[in-house]
Design a binder for this molecule. Structure first.
Ligand SMILES: [Cu+2]
Length: 275
């Protein structure tokens, strides 16, 4: 037999344990749904528990990035078409090779948590989702396919070797090497002059991800990119630290190119190709 006070203490302890377990449940669910891709959205039960536990619990969403009406994009959940306003946690955009703005209509997988307030500037007052990590699942949001199929589709290019190894080990000697260093977000040298037919190599010697992009369609401001008449656009894709990219210039004229990740910080370069 227990004294009444002991029993109430036991009750309180049990109650506390249940409370803690309740808090832990969403985390467990996240881990579980990471294993099973079918669980693409938090279930209503997860959500209400999360809301009860505050905004600290991590959750994950799969959906299509939709056009930004302002600067921040929205995410439309893959099948239910519910909208979230995405907000990047500090430094995400410089750490992650996936920039929201460059992946409109891509299927992405984000982890993070719901913000405390919905978006007051949005006419629909979409809930704000603070993104911790972002991963691209597929280039386009094709809802006719299942998430599992799309994930499989994505795994293939991942296995491919790194970009830009076209000029394998010194086959073509670059005429100029442009560095992307840590001190400043710049191409160094910013302006170079070469002759038609010569190759330029860009080397990412920084800890950031950069791109070498001469494609007005991929730039934030199309006018930051300039190509001579008849020249084809080019894009290195994301260059991780220590990766490099080469391009041979066959059309004379002046080229302006950008790093799409740091274009707003004016990471813009110029190449003058003499005939
Ligand atoms: Cu950059």
């Amino acid at each position: 037999m227990m004294a009444p006070c002991e029993r109430s203490t036991l009750k309180a302890v049990c109650g506390f344990l249940l409370f803690v377990l309740g808090l832990l449940t969403p985390v467990g669910m996240v881990a579980q749904s990471a294993i099973s891709p079918a669980a693409s959205e938090p279930s209503p039960a997860t959500k209400s528990k999360k809301e009860a536990a505050g905004s600290a619990a991590r959750t994950q969403l799969d959906g299509c990035l939709t056009t930004a009406d302002g600067l921040m994009p929205k995410l439309m959940l893959f099948h239910s078409h519910k909208f979230y306003r995405l907000e990047a946690r500090p430094r995400l955009l410089t750490e992650s090779p996936l920039l929201f703005a460059n992946n409109i209509n891509a299927l992405v997988h984000v982890t993070g948590h719901l913000g405390p307030l919905s978006d007051m500037y949005d006419p629909d007052h979409s809930p704000v989702f603070i993104v911790e990590t972002i991963e691209k699942l597929a280039a386009t949001c094709d809802v006719k396919m299942s998430l599992t199929q799309l994930r499989k589709q994505l795994e293939k290019p991942k296995a491919a070797p790194a970009i830009a190894s076209s000029a394998a080990a010194g086959r073509i000697r670059p005429a100029v090497v442009v560095n992307m260093t840590d001190e400043l977000l710049v191409f160094d040298p910013g302006t170079i002059e070469i002759k038609v037919g010569q190759t330029v190599m860009w080397r990412n010697s920084s800890r950031e991800v950069h791109t070498v992009t001469a494609d007005p369609g991929k730039a934030t401001n199309a006018q930051d990119v300039e190509l001579p008449k008849g020249a084809k656009s080019f894009d290195s894709g994301y260059l991780n630290p220590n990766q490099s990219y080469e391009h041979t210039f066959r059309t004379p004229g002046t080229y302006h190119y950008v790093c799409t990740l740091h274009e707003v910080q004016h990471m813009i370069g110029q190449i003058i190709v003499k005939p």
